[in-house]
Design a protein around this ligand. Structure first.
Ligand code: AMP
Ligand code: MG
Length: 392
């Protein structure tokens, strides 16, 4: 049995990205950029008005200006102002040549086709967004390693970028094992339980932006598990299995994986919940076999599978805690195992919740994080600092 920190080191030192692909901009949301992205055009690509008002060719001696043009956003003709001339103009519209200020309409008096205003309020260059004031053509606007968020989509589109190179996202297969499992829309027979792991795992994967997911369900019989592992590995980068990985007479997952040439990286971690966690590889494919207890599945996914999938997709520092916060309540355990407990954190600290059994999902109703309690810790006082891993 290895420690949590040893198991994380093994994962970190074996993980590689899957390669690079070109995606249409809209389909790159949630991916990580694999190279710097350059602006296709300067933004803005022409000097334009930041206000609804009047573009003028300002002369310090002049008080009255003739309004010669009316320029709307989207107008594409080029106008030129001469001395004493102005143009009615709107936000985003191109300013005429020779414009040196845009006067907002609130401080302008209109008299027929002439305007006047208080000269003292004019500053040269006011209310003009100059060409390239966001970025120039060929400037780096998003760097390699940046996550494509909705705001990044907006930034890239603003500079005319319509496709990007990103790290490939993994294709994932999920195998659910257990004779006792029933779908939530069926009546339970005596001895059956509802299959919650499938819902939790699919939800966890989808919330990470992983869209290529195949799910299989299999009974506890070696030949069936072995066949299902074979099929699942045919068509995926990552295989996640739940249940059947412990030491019971009907736990066939380890044997089925071995029979499919999956090599163990580690099996059994000094942790609670999720002690019988298995992680292995078949060439470049990864297998995470999680014990079936539902809270252990969610915890092991959060601590091992999620950071691995993120690292494979090009993210950095994925195994680091999001915060180190003071405990709001005390906690006792015996030394020897790392505990991952459900907690609720805010900017002031973190509270460890009741109901930590590995079969018990109810505390997820209040939880927003997993708290890591060190292997050697025994009794933690209020204010002790702990690592916090959000659950979103
Ligand atoms: P196992 O790891 O297969 O020994 O399962 C451990 C516990 O988790 C048992 O009580 C199982 O009934 C339960 N369990 C296994 N798979 C699931 C599942 N998909 N959904 C809910 N509970 C499960
Ligand atoms: Mg089982």
């Amino acid at each position: 049995m290895i420690s949590v920190s040893e198991s994380i080191e093994i994962l970190k030192s074996n993980i590689q990205t899957l390669g690079i692909e070109m995606r249409d901009l809209i389909d790159s949301i949630g991916c990580v950029l694999s190279s710097d992205v350059l602006a296709k055009v300067s933004v803005p690509s022409f000097d334009n008005s930041a206000m609804d008002g009047y573009a003028i060719c300002f002369e310090s001696g002049t008080t009255d200006y003739l309004v010669k043009y009316n320029i709307q956003a989207g107008d594409t003709h080029v106008c030129t102002l001469n001395e004493n001339e102005a143009a009615r103009i709107y936000t985003g519209a191109p300013v005429p040549k020779n414009t040196n200020a845009v006067i907002q309409q609130e401080i302008v008096s209109v008299n027929g086709s002439n305007i006047s205003f208080d000269k003292e309020k004019v500053k040269l260059g006011m209310n003009i967004r100059t060409l390239g004031s966001q970025c120039f053509e060929n400037q780096i606007i998003a760097s390699q390693g940046v996550l494509v968020t909705p705001a990044i989509l907006g930034l890239l589109a603003s500079a005319g970028v319509f496709e990007v190179k990103v790290y490939k996202m993994p294709k994932v297969s999920v195998i659910i094992t257990g004779n006792e499992l029933q779908k939530p829309n069926h009546e339970l027979e005596f001895g059956q339980i509802y299959n919650s792991n499938e819902f939790a795992l699919i939800g966890l994967l989808k919330s990470m932006g992983i869209s290529q997911i195949n799910t299989y369900q299999v009974i506890d019989a070696l030949i069936e598990v072995e066949k299902t592992v074979y099929t699942a590995l045919e068509n995926s980068d990552i295989l996640i299995v739940t249940g059947g990985v412990s030491v019971g007479d009907f736990d066939f997952v380890k044997q089925a994986l071995e029979n499919n040439q999956v090599k163990s990286l580690f099996y059994k971690v000094k942790q609670k919940p999720g002690k019988p966690l298995f992680v292995g590889k078949k060439q470049d494919q990864w297998v995470f076999a999680l014990p079936g207890n539902p809270a252990a599945v969610i915890t092991c996914f959060n601590q091992y599978v999620k950071p691995s999938l993120l690292a494979i997709s090009g993210h950095k520092n994925t195994f680091e805690p999001t915060a180190i916060l003071p405990l709001k309540n005390t906690f006792k355990k015996s030394a020897g195992l790392t505990f991952f407990v459900k907690g609720k954190y805010d900017y002031q600290g973190v509270e460890i919740l009741q109901g930590q059994e590995s079969f018990n999902l109810l505390s997820f109703n209040a939880a927003n994080c997993i708290v890591k309690i060190d292997e050697n810790a025994e009794s933690l006082e209020i204010g002790s600092l702990v690592e916090v891993y959000p659950l979103d």
